[in-house]
Design a protein. Structure first.
Length: 222
């Protein structure tokens, strides 16, 4: 395919940022575009595993704290932890759908709610109503790291995740220059919370081709 064919398929606006970052070199621009996709693919797998271990840790914590395997449903009742939760409608719809299909279980409701729900649990109200102990799911957290700081950093991971989900580039700085600083910082933050949860990246991600180091290096050397 010619470069003009890629412009037609992907749009001039989308490719122009890569072309500008590569000084008008069309071959380099397409290589950068492809490597950005590869980088996003790596991060998608990395974050996917992180989301699973985070939500499982939270779920197990509250099953024990509330002595209730259906805590997500029961805590949506008024005056309880999730009584004013912005994800309440989503939860109730998912419960109804799963129940009507005869497929309801704790595992399925846990996997049905979004990453935003799990980060929301670290906001002030649910954290307080949930016994102010949710930070204990991070046994290796930095000493003194509290609810607000954890929430802010999880939100940084969420924003990065959403950029990837919305097919936005992660290989530029704010001025449009080729730069992997944001990707590197997000990578370090994800791995920090993996370790906070009690895992080593070389163990948790063993055998998975999801670590982005080589793609980051390739972009840096372009």
């Amino acid at each position: 395919m010619k470069y003009t064919d890629f412009e037609k398929a992907l749009s001039v606006a989308r490719l122009s940022k890569y072309l500008n970052a590569c000084g008008g070199n069309k071959v380099a621009a397409l290589n950068l575009y492809r490597n950005n996709i590869k980088l996003c693919q790596k991060f998608y797998g990395l974050i996917n595993v992180f989301e699973v271990i985070l939500r499982n840790a939270i779920n197990n914590h509250y099953i024990t704290f509330f002595s209730d395997t259906d805590w997500i449903i029961h805590q949506t009742e008024s005056a309880l932890m999730l009584g004013s939760c912005p994800y309440k409608g989503e939860i109730q719809n998912n419960v109804t759908t799963l129940t009507n299909r005869g497929r309801y279980s704790n595992d399925r409701i846990v996997s049905s709610v979004t990453f935003g729900f799990w980060t929301y649990l670290f906001t002030r109200t649910p954290f307080r109503l949930g016994g102010q102990s949710l930070h204990r799911i991070f046994p290796n957290r930095t000493f003194g790291l509290g609810q607000r700081a954890i929430y802010n950093e999880l939100m940084e991971i969420k924003r990065f995740r959403n950029r990837i989900a919305h097919h936005e580039a992660i290989c530029f700085d704010a001025s449009g220059n080729k730069d992997t600083t944001y990707a590197k910082e997000s990578y370090a933050l994800i791995l920090k919370y993996v370790e906070f949860l009690g895992y080593k990246k070389e163990h948790l991600y063993y055998g998975m081709d999801v670590l982005p180091d080589m793609v980051i290096e390739k972009i840096d050397n372009m």
